[in-house]
Structure formats: C-alpha cells, structure tokens
Design a protein around this ligand. Structure first.
Ligand SMILES: [Zn+2]
Length: 331
C-alpha cells in the first residue's frame, strides 16, 4: 500500500495539519474521519420504456408536500379514524400528503410531445425540474412540437413559461380542451376556481406567451389529438380535465393528470370527494370510471402524481383499487 492508497484520514494524519486542510479544501474530499461529505441535491431524473413503437420518458419535475392539517380538507368525506389505517398502510405516518410531480415525454416517431410540463419554483419551491430532466434525457425543449395539457393547474402547466413572456417550448403547439381553456381565461368563471386568484394568475401566465399556438379541442372520448394519442374525458377536478391514451402495436398506456393525487388513500376510497376539485361529485365519477377501465384492461398507466418512476397498473382490491408499480427495468 503506497501513500495514495491509504484511507484519507490516515493520509491526512501523515501529512499533518497543513496537509489535512489541503485535503479538506478539495471538492469532494473526505472529512477528517474519512466519511465523504453528503452530496446534496439529486441530479435531474428521467426513466423510459417503450409502448409499442412509442418511446415514453417520465421526467421528474419535483414533489409537493402537504401538511398533516391539510389531509382532512383534501378528503372532506373522510374521518381521522378512517384515514389513519390507510396512512399506516402507505407508511405515511409522520409526513403529510406527499405528491411527486412528473411529466411524460412521447417520441412517437412523428411527434415529440410532452404530456403536462411540470411547475415552477416561484409557485411551489420544490417543483420546476422538468426542463433539466428533459435535457438530461437527451432532448431539448426546442425539439418538443406539442404540449398536451391534462388541465391548466400550476404544477401541470407552469412549465410552459416561468415569466409569462418566454416560451420554454418555443416551437410547440399547446393542446388543451376548449372547456378548460375557457375556464381559466373567461373572467365569468373566476368565482368557480376553488383555489382563487393565485391559481388563475398562474394558469394565465403559463399560456400567455403562446398566442396562435394554442389548439383547443373538444372534450370527446377517443379524439385523436396527435397521431396515436387519444383523449379520455375526466371532468371534475377541473371542468376540462382529461387523460391521454397512447396506443401503438396493440399496446396502450393511459396517462392521467389528477385522477388521484395519492395512490393508496384515494384508490382504496375512490368515492371520497376531493376538496380541491371544481366539481367533486363529477370528479368521483371520473375517478371510478378511469380506475374501473384500467383494472379491466390491465394496461400500463402513468399519472402526474404517480410515484417515481411513474409507471404501473391498477387492480381491484375489495371495494376499491390498488396501484401496482412497475419496477424500473433497464433491459
Ligand atoms: Zn396536480
């Protein structure tokens, strides 16, 4: 063993105090006890698989952490006694509701399309990594030709523009249902937004730099929004909230926006209303219909708040449903 292969602590001891100071100053140098320093924030993350001929890449935008006090407001039909065992089952005892935030990039061979595009740290400090994850995944924002929005909520749409002036996807067409577009832009609708002006301002900021580039579509079952990508209505969370079904070579994946924010509690109790829905009774119907369809078809699914890396399937479980994650696979 020569000097350079000695553990750092012993090297430091051999070098004396001045040498130890030099070692400590080097980036990534060990502390005096030989333990490397903690590495801090994680790099941008992505994961991908093929659905038929379509390459689907999940981009991790960040996460949102609700407080314990918020849970009852989030599920107004619940009681603390009902919530407790469900949280225990989810191993979510200490923390409030945790929601990852992601986006899905589709390379269909004809389009490079993004389903939702994450948020921004100005609105939720722990979001806004979609562009970095997109670049890390080997693409550039300039290459994205279509952004498909499930709805115009901040952590789904603010990735379009952070400042209300700059297009983060300068060459993209933005596709959104006519109903959702009107809901967020028509002053007559403002009183119906449960979250109030802050969400309204964020929605308008997101789409403002895309005049002439927004394609509003009818909220119609099976509408083909780009070749091979079909719309599935899911109104309630917002009036024009939709999912997207991607089909290729007899394989399909359904990607939802906010059919569920929490994959244990809400799938076990799909009929619990959600406090942040514009029409929570309609939201329940959309959730039950979507989960029933996925359990029957057994197809792959994803969703903006689905645990990383964002792919799984839905099965029935008693009166409710269960999310079965698809493990990350690399071959
Ligand atoms: Zn959401």
């Amino acid at each position: 063993m020569n000097e350079s292969t000695l553990p750092l602590a012993r090297r430091a001891a051999l070098l004396g105090a001045a040498g130890a100071a030099t070692l400590a100053a080097l980036p990534g140098a060990a502390q005096a006890n030989g333990v490397p320093p903690q590495r801090g924030p994680m790099p941008p993350r992505f994961h991908r698989l093929k659905v038929g001929d379509v390459e689907v890449t999940t981009l991790l935008d960040g996460a949102m952490q609700g407080t314990n006090a918020n849970i009852q407001n989030f599920f107004p039909d619940s009681t603390p006694a009902e919530i407790a065992p469900l949280r225990e089952r989810a191993f979510a005892i200490e923390a409030g509701l945790h929601q990852p935030v992601g986006a899905y990039l589709l390379n269909t061979g004809r389009n490079l399309a993004l389903i939702d595009c994450g948020g921004h740290s100005s609105f939720i400090p722990t979001t806004g990594q979609t562009l970095a994850a997109l670049r890390a995944s080997g693409y550039t924002p300039e290459q994205v030709d279509t952004v498909l929005l499930t709805h115009i909520h901040p952590e789904h749409a603010l990735g379009l523009s952070y400042d209300g002036t700059t297009r983060n996807f300068p060459n993209a067409e933005v596709v959104v249902t006519q109903i959702d577009h009107q809901f967020w832009t028509d002053p007559a609708m403002e009183s119906r937004v449960p979250q109030g002006q802050r969400f309204i301002e964020a929605a308008r900021r997101a789409i403002r730099p895309y005049p002439g580039r927004i394609r509003t579509v009818e909220m119609r079952q099976g509408l083909e929004v780009i070749p091979g990508v079909f719309l599935e209505p899911a109104p309630g969370h917002t009036p024009g909230h939709v999912s997207f079904r991607v089909t290729s070579q007899n394989q399909s994946i359904l990607i939802w926006g906010d059919i569920a924010h929490q994959m244990v509690i809400q799938l076990a109790r799909p009929r619990w209303r959600v406090g942040v829905d514009v029409d929570s009774a309609m939201g329940v119907e959309s959730r039950v219909r979507t989960l029933t369809m996925l359990a029957e078809e057994r197809i792959l699914m994803g969703g903006v708040h689905v645990p990383w890396p964002g792919f799984g399937r839905i099965i029935r479980d008693g009166e409710g449903f269960l999310y079965v994650p698809r493990p990350a696979q690399f071959a």
